[in-house]
Design a protein around this ligand. Structure first.
Ligand SMILES: [Zn+2]
Length: 351
């Protein structure tokens, strides 16, 4: 009896071991197959569903020169109209995305080729990363240049709307307010946990009106442990998230700012301050008053609030935007709130 029962359990044991081996084998096979397909996805980078990383290294000089060509050729109705994002993507292919050695003469020789009848698609058809750069730079600069209408003051002091094709993104610091900055992207920060600086700090006086760089919708508003009083605005095409932080204690935001509200490029959204680095709300824990300005690129919604966020270095963009500043005035003496002086309209706002 004892021997028989032992025999049965031995059979069951062998079956059980075989089953376990089979089960582990299947598991191993699936995890290996998964790894291989993940590797393939990573290697494919650009072709796979969405872009995972962007290094933005275009200098303000390259932005200035290419945008001028784009804008002038459109306004002069030239035979050839230039698209600055195409031109920049072409140079990125030539220099591996590094514009440090970019020269005006490089642009001149490209323009010469285009004038002689070559096209950007001819010149770029064999450039492996052209599509990647074009999509990346479009995500950054896609709505900076285009058609818009802005109020201007006539000689008799009245205002009228003027339609224009040109730069329609604004510097985040209001016109006639001074600020200073340097390229501090990637510097280390120690509050909270060890991390790097994912934006550009614009040092200025407390209360300086802060301007929306681009039109969009207020996505986040209120206190954040790191950013203090902050405002996050998403562009209409959803690809850019603008982050403005450390706004003024007690009175951080311009009038009527709320989550979900449509903001126009050049609107006053808040005031420079030194709040943040505190779990408790409305606390000044930043040493030097400044605006922290950041731009996050979003190619896929899974990149929002994830470890895979893409923040780019905006230092050169700030330098470039110095040429377009929004003038403001105090329109409410009681609350001491400011608004823009010249109204602005662009198609996207009405779509
Ligand atoms: Zn900062």
């Amino acid at each position: 009896m004892l021997i028989r029962s032992f025999k049965i359990s031995k059979k069951i044991l062998i079956l059980f071991i075989l089953f376990v081996i089979l089960f582990v084998g299947i598991l191993l096979f699936y995890s290996l197959a998964n790894d291989i397909s993940n590797d393939a996805n990573e290697n494919n980078g650009t072709e796979n569903t969405f872009i995972k990383w962007v290094d933005f290294n275009i200098t303000s000089e390259a932005l200035n020169l290419t945008s001028k060509l784009d804008i002038d050729s459109h306004n002069n109705n030239d035979d050839i109209t230039y698209n600055w994002i195409e031109l920049l993507s072409y140079f990125a292919c030539k220099n591996g995305g590094n514009f440090k050695n970019f020269k005006k003469s490089d642009l001149n020789s490209l323009v010469k080729q285009l004038k002689e009848g070559e096209t950007i698609s001819d010149l770029t058809q064999n450039l492996k990363f052209y599509d990647y750069y074009y999509e990346s730079y479009s995500a950054v600069l896609g709505n900076f240049i285009g058609n818009y209408a802005i109020e201007t003051t006539n000689e008799d002091g009245t205002k009228s709307l003027k339609e224009n094709y040109g730069l329609k993104a604004f510097l985040p610091i209001a016109k006639n307010y001074s600020f200073s900055h340097y390229d501090d992207f990637g510097n280390s920060r120690s509050y909270g946990f060890k991390r790097t600086h994912l934006g550009n700090d614009l040092m200025g006086s407390i209360g300086t009106p802060i301007i929306a760089v681009e039109s969009g919708i207020v996505e986040n508003l209120g206190w954040n442990q790191y950013g203090g009083w902050r405002i996050g605005i998403r562009s209409f095409d959803t690809k850019r998230y603008y982050y403005y932080a450390h706004l003024r204690k007690n009175h951080p935001y311009a009038e009527n700012i709320e989550e979900g509200k449509i903001i126009k490029a050049g609107d006053v959204i808040g005031y420079l301050g030194m709040t943040g680095y505190s779990i408790k709300e409305n606390v000044n824990n930043i040493n030097v008053p400044h605006l922290h300005f950041g731009m996050q690129l979003i190619f896929d919604e899974s990149q929002v609030d994830s470890p895979n966020e893409i923040w780019i270095d905006v230092y050169q963009i700030i330098e470039f935007l110095k040429k377009n500043r929004s003038e403001v005035y105090m329109n409410n003496k009681e609350t001491k709130d400011y608004i823009r002086k010249y109204e602005f309209y662009e198609d996207a706002i009405f779509e």
